[in-house]
Structure formats: C-alpha cells, structure tokens
Design a protein around this ligand. Sequence first.
Ligand SMILES: Nc1ncnc2c1ncn2[C@@H]1O[C@H](COP(=O)(O)O)[C@@H](OP(=O)(O)O)[C@H]1O
Ligand SMILES: [Mg+2]
Length: 298
Amino acid sequence: MGEQTKASARVAGPRDGAEGGAPPVIDAAFARWLAERAGQELLRVRAELGHADGKALKAAGDKAAHDLLRAELARWRPADAVLSEEDEHARVAWRDGEPGMVRPDRLSASRVWIVDPLDGTREYSEEGRTDWAVHVALWTADACKSDASCLSAGAVAMPARHRTIATDNPPAYPPMPLESATGGAIRIAASRTRPPAFVTALAEELGAELVPMGSAGVKIAAVISGEADAYVHAGGQYEWDSAAPVAVALATGLHASRIDGTPLSYNQADPKLPDLVVCRKDLAPRLLAAISKHLPPQ
Ligand SMILES: Nc1ncnc2c1ncn2[C@@H]1O[C@H](COP(=O)(O)O)[C@@H](OP(=O)(O)O)[C@H]1O
Ligand SMILES: [Mg+2]
C-alpha cells in the first residue's frame, strides 16, 4: 500500500459508515442526526413487515432502531457511556467483547447517551398511527453546573410526522392558547392506552381536557407546539422515556419537573423516573398546586 493510500485510509471518507458522510461533530446536531437515522430505519421496517403481526413488528422495530443506535454510538462516540431501554430490558452488557463496544461504566462516566430506540412502541405497531418517536439525549457531568437535569443535548425524531425537535435548534416557546379555541380549559396530554387514575382526578379538579396520544416524546412535543398545555404523568416510566424530550422542553424554556416540583434527575443508579410534569412556565404554579392535592402513593 502506498503512502497516499495509507494516509487516505485514516481519513473519514464521504460514505464512511454514515449515509451522506460523517455525522455532525457538535453533540446536539449529532443527536438529531442519530434520532433521524433510527427513525428512517423504523419506517423501513414498518413498510417491509406491515401490520399483520403487531408483536413481530414491535420486536423488529425495537431491535432495528436499537442496533442502529448502538452501532453508530460505538462508531462515532466510542468513549461515551450509554443507557438504552433495549439494553436494560435484554440485560445486554455493552462490555461484551465486540470491537468498539467496550463502554465506560455510566455511573462514573462524564458523558452518557440516554436513548429510547422506539417510544410509543404500541402505536408504532398500529396502522396509520404517527405518535411514536426515537429519543436520543446526552447527559454530561459538565451540564450539571448549569441545570439539575444535567442534560446537555437531546433530539426527538417523529419520522411518521416528518418532524424532529432537538436542542441544536430549539423550537420556539409555545404560543398562549386562544380562549376562543380551547374554551379556557387546560389541555393535558395523557397516555391513550393507560392514563393514570391520578391524571384523570387532576383533570376533574382543574376542569381540564385530556388529550390522548401515544409516546412520552410525542406528548412533550405537543406541549412544545401548543397542541396541549401540559403533559402530566405518574405511576411509572424510565429515564429514557423522558430524557430527550425534556432536554428539548428545557431548551425551549418550558417548565419540566417531577410532579412534586423537584428537578428531574438523570443517569441515576436506578433508571426508574416514574413521574413528571412539562408545561408552560405560567401554568406551572397552578398545575403543581392542583397536583399536590392528588399526589399518588409512592
Ligand atoms: N406505568 C408505566 N410504567 C412503565 N412505563 C410506562 C408506564 N406508563 C407509560 N410508560 C412508558 O412511557 C412511554 C409512553 O407511554 P404512553 O404512550 O402510554 O404514555 C412508553 O414507552 P415505550 O413505548 O418506549 O415502552 C411506556 O412504556
Ligand atoms: Mg419509551
């Protein structure tokens, strides 16, 4: 091999593992790139398998998106730790001896990617539904200096909606809703398949309307776009369900906290993060006060 060839072998080529060239260097833009790539993979799998066997489609989608995220993170961010829904469920260690797969322990790492390869898995398997997403967030020790969530970047790709929201270009703060459009009622985004009893009681207390939809990411995106005024959840969830959309909500200037008003903390030893509220800042005091009357048992 000549010197010229040797040198060029070390330089990333235009199609060096990434379609259309190497990914962005800036983390937030990389998060967007990664979430969108996994989203395209999910669309491909959905088109290929169809909806005849929903269970098989969910499993294939989860795996395809997870494998893509895992491979690209190993390739482009090999020194960072990763917390992924699918790894936790499958109990697959990243330290499994595959080249490029050796990862630092996330609890002592200074950079941790928190990813949900497919949020709204149920909706993904249902024909015609677009309320599912890919979540990619970055937790860094550095970001803890400025925000308790320690989230320094995040992207939520909603490929079936042709929409991605990310911290590289945070969306505008949502407009105040017109009373003529909402009748003055607060619109709370809630799970379409298992809305927590606590949220139903809260809605009654506030005279609020529940807006059912799938995926935590899509619900927070709905608050950001102004389609809903708040997302309130309790009773169970994990860090990967909220990290990326909360990163975008915070970058947009929205309120995001636990339902008791304390900060959301990520990259904890136990990845359970069972409740949260995301809303416009003007709404937070009223919502938190009403929530405090309906706090579910811990
Ligand atoms: N009680 C609970 N316990 C654990 N996870 C929950 C939960 N309620 C909702 N979630 C998770 O939060 C995400 C959004 O749920 P929903 O659409 O019902 O609001 C889903 O993520 P996944 O689709 O990644 O599993 C779902 O599994
Ligand atoms: Mg999820």
